[in-house]
Design a protein around this ligand. Structure first.
Ligand SMILES: [Zn+2]
Length: 143
């Protein structure tokens, strides 16, 4: 009783690229460089105004790393360059629909601190530091 396994495996490989598919990963636009990126790579910032919704008072832009703060949020790369770009183009004021530009100092400080802490934990290995180069003074064979 020879059972021949003739189960033809159907080729269900669709031509679509098998990207890790952005399932569940929201894509946001950085207000600094205007590039789109996964929300996980961006820092959420919110507008915090001390006086409720008084448009006369600009308020400040606060980092919201936990993304829990209520209200309108904006997204930005946690990089000084993007914060500077957002400031230059007044993207904060636009993002929060404020006539006045809010003060992004807290975000700038936060990003700066983040950048200062971003030290490569694992040094790029591969190069032996204690390399002895005694062959440096190798006499050339001058014939
Ligand atoms: Zn950016």
């Amino acid at each position: 009783m020879a059972v021949r396994s003739t189960t033809a495996v159907p080729t269900l490989e669709d031509p679509q690229r098998r990207a890790p598919s952005a399932s569940g990963v929201a894509v946001r636009t950085c207000i600094g460089c205007r590039l789109r990126a996964p929300a996980t790579e961006l820092l959420r910032v919110v507008l915090a105004s001390d006086s409720g919704r008084d448009p006369a008072i600009p308020g400040t832009v606060q980092p919201d790393p936990r993304r829990r703060a209520p209200g309108r949020g904006a997204w930005i790369h946690p990089e000084p360059d993007c914060v500077a770009a957002a400031e230059r183009r007044r993207a904060f004021g636009r993002a929060f629909r404020g006539g006045t530009s809010p003060d992004p100092t807290p975000v700038r400080d936060y990003v700066a601190a983040l950048a200062a802490r971003a030290v490569p934990r694992s040094a790029p290995a591969g190069r032996v530091v204690g390399e002895t180069r005694e062959s440096e003074t190798k006499p050339m064979s001058t014939r």
